[in-house]
Design a protein around this ligand. Structure first.
Ligand code: CUA
Length: 343
């Protein structure tokens, strides 16, 4: 790089250019981003946004008062041309002032502290009658277990609209962080420890979630989604997920079943309820066909995408436990037929 070329390019931007870049950044924040805490979709996220707002307005007030005082002092006591140099009267040890600038910050901090403590207690309390979901972070996917319903799934957490959901949170390996910005603030998933948060969705919809703690090579791909459904639609999903396991109906699917249970021992890592597959290292594949998304919410569940994934998992999710089994095209087709046959 030519010396000084950075300076050259900076000056070419000009004040107008700089202003439009700043404006674009500022307005960009107004978009209805799926990961925005400023666009809450449930009571928990609204409470948290309210707290942010209270803090912001108090700080804006403090800034306005301090800035006004600085401006007044600056202009009122400015040395005019021709005025002689003089030292202003010294006020060191003025008890009234000392008291004032001790008490005022205490009052300001207390007005922040009281609503913060109140909200913290409300958000940390198990909600009576809520739906329980046990969430486990893995490198690099999320497990969702519903102990009251006997369902275990991955990649997508289904919840009924208008019902409080008590989430018990832990990790199977390293520290992850569970975050659905439009529904609730982030909470760490720590191995050997069960954390808690609750959330609720006010309207049906899909709310994006992310792992918010660096947890390894594929941290940035550790997505999930919360699918908030009307109570009837949620009930239908529960029915689907608890449907007894289907036996393969085609020769291809039967070949896939053999590969899954015998040739490659996929059952050592994955669970399919109602079969001998009860591994807990990888995602639970019960009723696989009904999963909307696969691979940490990266792909829609289509035969083509499942085949792409099976081709070489570490290429898509570096650092993940699932190895590349160097499956042939025929073996992949058989496994896809078996998995997609699990309704
Ligand atoms: Cu899990 Cu980052």
């Amino acid at each position: 790089m030519r010396p000084g070329s950075w300076r050259g390019s900076r000056s070419r931007l000009g004040p107008l250019g700089l202003l439009s870049v700043l404006g674009a950044l500022l307005l960009g924040g107004c978009a209805q981003h799926p990961l925005s805490t400023l666009n809450p979709a449930g009571p928990v996220a609204r409470m948290e946004l309210g707290l942010m707002g209270e803090g912001l307005w108090i700080m804006v007030g403090v800034f306005a008062v301090v800035a006004t005082l600085i401006l007044i002092v600056l202009f009122r006591f400015m040395q005019r041309p021709g005025e002689p140099h003089s030292t202003p009267p010294q006020i060191e040890g003025d008890n009234r002032l000392e008291l004032l600038w001790t008490i005022v910050p205490i009052i300001i901090l207390a007005t922040l502290l009281i609503p913060t403590i109140r909200t913290t207690y409300v958000l940390g309390a198990e909600q009576p009658g809520g739906l329980q979901v046990d969430v486990v972070g893995h490198q690099f996917w999320w497990e969702f277990d519903y102990p009251q319903l006997g369902i275990a799934t991955a990649d997508g957490m289904h919840i009924p609209v208008g019902r409080k959901v008590n989430i018990h949170l832990t990790s199977a390996d390293v520290i992850h962080s569970f975050w659905v910005p439009r529904l609730a603030g982030k909470q760490a998933a720590i191995p050997g420890h069960t954390g808690f948060l609750w959330l609720e969705a006010s309207q049906a919809g899909i709310y994006d979630g992310e792992c918010a703690e660096f947890c390894g090579t594929s941290h940035s791909r550790m997505h999930f989604r919360v699918v908030a459904q009307t109570p009837a639609a949620f009930q239908a999903w529960v029915q689907q997920m608890t449907h007894p396991v289907d036996t393969p109906t085609t020769a291809l699917a039967r070949e896939g079943q053999h590969l899954f249970f015998v040739t490659y021992g996929c059952n050592g890592c994955h669970t399919i309820d109602g079969t001998s597959a009860n591994g807990t290292v990888g995602p639970n594949l019960t009723n696989f066909h009904n999963k909307g998304m696969i691979v940490a919410d990266l792909f829609a569940n289509t035969p083509q995408n499942v085949a792409t994934w099976l081709q070489d998992p570490p290429a898509i999710m570096p650092g993940m436990v699932m190895p590349d089994f160097h499956l042939s095209k025929g073996q992949i087709a058989a496994l896809v037929a078996y998995l997609e046959g699990l309704h």
